[in-house]
Write a protein that binds this ligand. Structure first.
Ligand SMILES: *Cc1c(COP(=O)(O)O)cnc(C)c1O
Length: 369
């Protein structure tokens, strides 16, 4: 008996997500130490000290189940975004919210639209529920909203838009996005994935008309905005993110969610991290400086990059797989993006000054030989 054939046909056809290589795995395999990981868009400053303090205070409570409604954190988020508590859905990472959306709203009879080179979780959650993925071509590596609007059919139920997009770092401005939302029929849910919202809204990165989608929830009842504590807030390991939406949408998302999907450590750490403007400012400054450091070095090496407003940047190296391997041997982990249809590129996370320096040095060696 081939047990795999018992899975649904769509699960059998699913291509698993490829995570960045963990540091200790590289060090074990290649017999090196002091490796640098710039592969998963993690914050090089680590979490907010306030989050760490809150975690320490919570450890004695671990025998208890978490608050399944996340009441305290939701209150903080509601005040911050000017929404009601019943518009918030908490997730075990914001990827959890993306999965709830597919489970709650999409059947095998539906189509889900997203762009080429968009975040890898969209095809996975679409395929997992047996729906048809409609992938529109990119324009200058970014989302082509005209192509996305033209792809809408009677069967479309969900549209995923990453703003900015991972891995390309491209972003959509206020007017373009609003014009698109005006066109989308009311029965189609539009997900605005704002995992890198804090970076993209940093004036230093230059996206002057980058919009805050959460402001549009009152205008577009079919809009869902997702945010995460994994990126700027440096809490990727704890797994916590959230969705903001119309209360009816949130009601449906909360029905498919496991009762205790967000753990008690994540809840207190996120609450503490939200108020830490000092950590936020330091993180943004380090990112802007690191982005300038990396892109200046690419230019020196004669390598093109895709302008990015995230904490990562795609650089054109030609043989992405070959250069990736050469970087690994020098103890630098970056992210190959061939699975995103970008075999000539590598995605590099903006690290600390020293991590960026190590990466630049290794890249210079790799592209020469
Ligand atoms: C990192 C990322 C997420 C969120 O990841 P979680 O850790 O699950 O919150 C969502 N969307 C994009 C585009 C991302 O890059």
């Amino acid at each position: 008996m081939d047990l795999k054939t018992l899975a649904t046909p769509w699960v059998q056809a699913l291509q698993p997500y490829q995570p960045g290589k963990p540091l200790d795995e590289l060090e074990r395999e290649y017999g090196i130490d002091n490796a640098v990981k710039l592969a998963s868009n993690e914050n090089p400053l680590g979490p907010s000290p306030r989050a760490i303090e809150a975690l320490a205070g919570q450890l004695g409570e671990l025998a208890r189940y978490p608050d399944g409604n996340g009441f305290k954190l939701k209150n903080v988020l509601a005040a911050r975004h000017g929404v009601d508590l019943n518009q918030i859905t908490l997730g075990n990472g914001s990827n959890d919210i993306l999965e709830f959306l597919a489970h709650a709203f999409v059947t095998p009879a539906h189509e889900v639209i997203f762009s080429a080179h968009a975040f890898a979780v969209y095809p996975i959650v679409t395929q997992a529920v047996g729906a048809k993925a409609v992938i529109t071509p990119a324009r200058n590596w970014g989302h082509d909203l005209d192509a996305m609007a033209a792809a809408i059919t009677d069967r479309t139920r969900l549209i995923f838009i990453a703003n900015p997009n991972n891995p390309t770092g491209t972003w959509l401005g206020r007017e373009a996005l609003k014009a698109f939302l005006d066109k989308v029929p009311a029965q189609i849910i539009v997900v605005l994935d704002e995992a890198y919202f804090e970076y993209a809204s940093d004036p230093a990165l230059g996206a002057s008309d980058y919009p805050d989608g959460s402001q549009w929830l009152g205008t577009y009842p079919n809009l869902v905005v997702t945010r995460t504590f994994s990126k700027l807030y440096g809490l990727a390991g704890l797994r916590i993110g959230y969705g903001l939406s119309h209360p009816d949408v949130a009601d449906m998302l909360n029905r498919v969610r496991q009762p205790f999907n967000v753990n008690s450590l994540a809840l207190v750490a996120a609450e503490a991290a939200t108020g830490d403007t000092d950590h936020r400012e330091r993180s943004l400054q380090a990112n802007a400086e690191g982005m300038a450091q990396l892109t200046a070095a690419f230019a020196d090496m004669g390598l093109e990059h895709i302008p990015s407003v995230g904490n990562f940047v795609c650089v054109k190296v030609g043989d992405g797989a070959g250069i990736y391997e050469k970087l690994l041997r020098q103890g630098v982990i970056v992210r190959p993006v061939a699975n995103y249809g970008m075999p000539e590129y590598l995605r590099i996370t903006v690290g600390s000054h020293e991590e960026n320096r190590r990466c630049i040095e290794a890249l210079a060696t790799a592209v020469q030989g």
